[in-house]
Write a protein that binds this ligand. Structure first.
Ligand code: HAM
Length: 418
């Protein structure tokens, strides 16, 4: 039997790992610039957190969750997203009593039972941030700028920021009724899926990718026309802050997002470079979520970016060579013969304690083979130790870039290669 990774999951290794590290470094730098602090929640939660938080009628809760009963009979779910768990944690630890604004970021694996394809996995990773406690447009603008800055610093450019307002609860309720009424008049023209959705989650029909649905949607009433004064002011204030930060965006009146907890601003980063999976990240304001999880009224706004999609976009935009570490670094210590092995070991220990990158041979190979290995490992120096060097306490140091070779005292290796 051949063993292989579970469908929809993938191994990350080799040169691709360099991109993951670069992405993680960008997350740390950008969140530090915005004063967000890292938060880690467990991989699984009580299923209720997502049922109540994300919404019963969403695709995520309806058909994509990895839910199981543990040995104690509790229903648990591998987290499909992190916003509901973060809110659960804010409530549980009374974080807002300590500080009325919580700025939180996270990165980690998520699980959704979706049909795997390029850029869509069953285990994937998200980087995200949540700003909890402020109802004001400055908070919306802050998280949008943070997410934009992360993508920009990571070095991807072929994406656009789409933005829309869903209004407040009253606006959405009125719009929802108007939409259902409109879809009832066009029921026969809608796809089978949308005929079901038009009652449970009519707003989702708006961002259906089905051609039949799109034709109907083109003449559907627009949410913008239902927005009240408060919602309009919120939206224009956020847009003004983006304008003054020089962040380009497009208003997409059909953007609704797939999770139920949103109100007011929703946004998405989309690209044409990744085929069908065109959303690199998304988010919005989710004031209703705290109350849904029993935490009273508490405004909040945030986003998540799919790390695999961000990396795929980087690969689509940049050549492979750009990813490989090209600068030679560190030392390869070559043992000539068995007798020098102990000295090589001691020197390696000493150099590593000084923070120097050191490689030694683990296959007891010939000098020639070790030299070849040193080239493959892209080291800056080799240090050779054989019987002559053992007798005199010296080492033959070679600069792999210039080819220059010299014999020096073993105790001087640290200062030369550092
Ligand atoms: P979401 O739109 O469901 O939002 O996911 C955010 C991003 O995660 C997507 O844009 C995509 O890049 C990535 N993603 C989602 N599913 C997959 C998958 N199966 N494979 C690969 N990547 C995927 C949320 O999760 C919200 N919690 C965002 C948020 C935070 N809203 C407010 N705060």
């Amino acid at each position: 039997m051949s063993m292989h990774a579970v469908r929809g999951t993938k191994d990350v290794f080799g040169d691709e790992m360099l991109l993951w590290h670069r992405a993680e470094q960008v997350f740390r730098e950008v969140t530090a610039a915005f004063n967000y602090r890292e938060f880690r929640t467990p991989i699984f939660e009580h299923t209720e957190v997502f049922k109540r938080g994300v919404g019963q009628d969403t695709d995520i809760v309806g058909k994509e969750m990895y839910t199981f009963e543990d040995r104690g009979g509790d229903s648990l779910t591998l987290r499909p997203e992190l916003t509901a768990p973060i809110v659960r944690a804010c409530i549980e630890h009374s974080l807002l009593h300590h500080n009325p604004v919580q700025r939180i970021w996270y990165a980690g694996p998520q699980f959704r039972y979706e049909r795997p394809q390029k850029g869509r996995y069953r285990q994937f990773h998200q980087f995200g941030a949540e700003c909890v406690g402020s109802p004001h447009p400055e908070a919306d603008a802050e998280v949008i700028l943070l997410s934009y800055e992360a993508l920009r610093r990571f070095g991807v450019t072929s994406f656009k920021l789409e933005i829309n307002s869903l209004g407040n609860a009253a606006v959405r309720a009125a719009y929802r009724s108007a939409l259902i009424e409109f879809f009832e008049h066009h029921k026969g023209e809608l796809s089978e899926e949308s005929q079901k959705r038009m009652y449970t989650n009519p707003l989702r029909v708006l961002d259906s990718k089905n051609e039949k649905d799109r034709q109907v949607v083109a003449s559907a009433p627009l949410l913008q026309d239902y927005l009240d004064e408060e919602s309009k002011i919120h939206m224009t204030s956020v847009l003004a802050l983006l304008n003054s930060a020089g962040v380009p965006y497009v208003i997409n009146p059909y953007l609704v997002r797939g999770l139920d907890y949103y109100n007011h601003i929703v946004f998405e980063f989309t690209t044409d470079a990744l085929g069908a999976q065109n959303a690199i990240g998304g988010g919005g304001r989710y004031d209703p979520l705290f109350a849904l999880l029993g935490g009273g009224d508490q405004p909040a706004v945030g986003f998540s970016i799919g790390i695999e999609r961000m990396i795929l976009l980087h690969q689509a935009e940049h050549s492979q060579e750009a990813l490989v570490e090209s600068e030679p670094r560190g030392v390869y210590i070559i043992a000539i013969g068995d007798s020098s092995r102990d000295t090589v070991h001691t020197l390696a220990v000493q150099l590593r304690r000084e923070g120097i990158h050191v490689v030694t041979d683990l296959l007891r190979r010939s000098i020639k083979a070790q030299m070849k290995d040193a080239n493959r490992e892209n080291v800056a120096f080799t240090v050779m130790i054989g019987d002559d060097e053992l007798a005199t306490g010296s080492a033959v140091l070679k600069n792999m870039v210039t080819g220059e070779q010299q014999t020096i005292n073993q105790s001087a290796v640290v200062s030369v290669v550092k």
